[in-house]
Ligand binder design. Structure first.
Ligand code: GRF
Length: 220
């Protein structure tokens, strides 16, 4: 992407909560570690910290409140309008807690990333940390992946692995994983805007080579 145009990549970030991943990506853009700009942060909830943080960072914000729409299709249509106003090169889901329609996902195929706090394909969906603890897993982690129509099922780009300690509870494990979220999401966004990662027929490629099913692995 970088070689095709001089302008920094236009990134729209979707949030539903605290926005810590959005913040680290914004900071990496500000330091020119990522050749991109977050042109908007859009939330489906009106009063979240993620919007507040975006405003403090001087980033445009918008709210498309899902409770105002009778169907998922109408919500998604309005979300598309809000996103497309910013003509993004990349859409980053950062703690965006809505299931998206197939039409929405297809529209942004190959240019929408998500972060999920498990070693996908393990533990799609919610309560990932507790599920890892309940299963007695010795390792947990986080995955950045392309978004596909299959919930948390698109091709993996990068995973960070952390140990599960004997005295971990959900909170301690979440904190250990979140430190790694803030490492790998800016890396994945940087690779995307540099044109190093791509999606082809459902598979992720890095520098033209197919990635393993796990994506690239960072081990602690
Ligand atoms: C992260 O744990 C992410 O993995 C999950 O939602 C959380 C978002 O955190 N999808 P934040 O809003 O970026 O702080």
């Amino acid at each position: 992407m970088k070689s095709e145009k001089a302008e920094p990549a236009r990134i729209v970030v979707l949030v539903s909560g605290s926005g810590s991943n959005m913040q680290v990506i914004a900071e990496a853009c500000a330091k020119n570690e990522i050749d991109g700009d977050i042109t908007a942060v859009i939330s489906n909830r009106p009063d979240v910290m993620g919007l507040q943080k975006a405003k403090e960072l001087g980033i445009a914000t918008d709210v498309v409140d899902h409770t105002q729409f009778p169907t998922r299709e109408e919500f998604d249509a309005n979300l598309i309008r809000a996103i497309d106003e910013h003509t993004p090169d990349l859409i980053v889901l950062a703690g965006f807690m809505r299931i998206l329609t197939s039409d929405f996902v297809r529209r942004y195929k190959g240019k929408m990333l998500n972060i999920h706090p498990s070693l996908l394909p393990k533990y799609k969906g919610l309560n990932t940390h507790q599920r890892a603890l309940d299963a007695g897993d010795k390792e947990a982690g986080v995955t950045v992946h392309f978004v596909s129509e299959d919930l948390d099922g698109g091709a993996n780009i990068i995973q960070a692995i952390v140990p599960v300690l004997d005295d971990d509870d959900e909170g301690t494990l979440r904190s250990r994983v979140q430190i790694q979220e803030h490492v790998i999401y800016p890396i994945a966004v940087k690779w995307f805007v540099e044109g190093r990662i791509s999606l082809n027929k459902g598979d992720a490629y890095f520098d033209g080579q197919p990635l393993p099913d796990t994506g690239l692995k960072l081990t602690q």
